[in-house]
Design a protein around this ligand. Structure first.
Ligand code: KIV
Ligand code: NA
Length: 266
């Protein structure tokens, strides 16, 4: 069976079918989500926090994105794999964006790229789309700007901010994006954006009326250490389960219970 494409995403909007997206950063986890039927996997620059041990997404490099995106593509057969363009890989302008997006498509094999910014990134989106690279935009809270925000505040509160978000949504649609992530946006405003666009909205902390939802997989599966944002729903307790397994293994080794006869060769 073939991979999901941006045409399938467009068809889902026409049929008003909601769809789920998860992040993935390695082949094995990606294969689990692929076999579970998740249609779109994002190799998010959230890998900075959840996979590479950075404090934010800001330090993530093109080399890191390319390596992990290639692993996710190799681990999947059906999912549309979207690769994030990391901070500093597209802000200089459309030509820089095209060079780096092309690298993700050619070297990693992703089917689309994602970049942050509405009106401010429209020229980049336009050139990528004209060049044959599908683009998912990302507006509302854009975590690569953490140093400018001084944190991760909810976006689009107040009339002026709401109007800017609507302009950003329209700008990325007009530039040719096939979908747009809405991060940390009031539910009513995300619903209004979703109604006003013909492309898919992908919500994260943006209420229940978006066309799709995305979560960072380590948050969704209870793998993240410490607090997760209020908008996260945890569907498993992987951190507890994996820790229990490691402790049981350690106890067996120390106590001599592992390896037993059936694990030994003579
Ligand atoms: O990097 C990421 O995981 C993302 C999603 C949260 C949208 O950009
Ligand atoms: Na991201």
């Amino acid at each position: 069976s073939r991979r999901i494409t941006v045409r399938d995403i467009a068809a889902a909007k026409e049929r008003a079918e909601k769809w789920p997206m998860l992040t993935a950063y390695d082949a094995m986890t990606a294969s689990v989500f692929d076999q579970a039927g998740i249609p779109v996997l994002l190799v998010g620059d959230s890998m900075g926090n959840c996979h590479l041990g950075y404090e934010s997404t800001v330090p993530v490099t093109m080399d890191e994105m390319t390596l992990l995106s290639a692993a996710v593509v190799r681990g999947t057969r059906r999912a549309l794999v979207v690769g994030d363009l990391p901070f500093g890989s597209y802000q200089e302008g459309p030509v820089q964006a095209l060079r780096n997006a092309t690298r993700l498509v050619k070297e990693a094999g992703v089917g689309a790229v994602k970049l942050e910014g509405g009106e401010r990134s429209a020229h980049q989106i336009e050139l990528l789309v004209q060049s044959g690279i599908p683009v998912m935009a990302h507006i509302g809270l854009t975590p690569q700007s953490v140093n400018a925000y001084g944190g991760y505040p909810v976006q689009g509160r107040g009339e002026e901010a709401a109007q800017q978000l609507l302009r950003d949504a329209k700008a990325v649609q007009d530039a040719g994006a096939f979908a747009v992530v809405l991060e940390l946006v009031p539910a009513e405003l995300a619903a209004e954006v979703t109604r006003s666009l013909h492309i898919a909205t992908v919500g994260i902390g943006a209420g229940g009326d978006c066309d799709a939802q995305v979560l960072v997989w380590t948050d969704m599966a209870g793998m993240t250490d410490g607090r997760v944002p209020r908008f996260v729903k945890q569907y498993a307790e992987l951190r507890q389960g994996l820790g229990d397994a490691a402790r049981a293994y350690a106890e067996d080794v120390v106590g001599g219970a592992y390896p037993a006869e059936e694990h030994s060769f003579h």
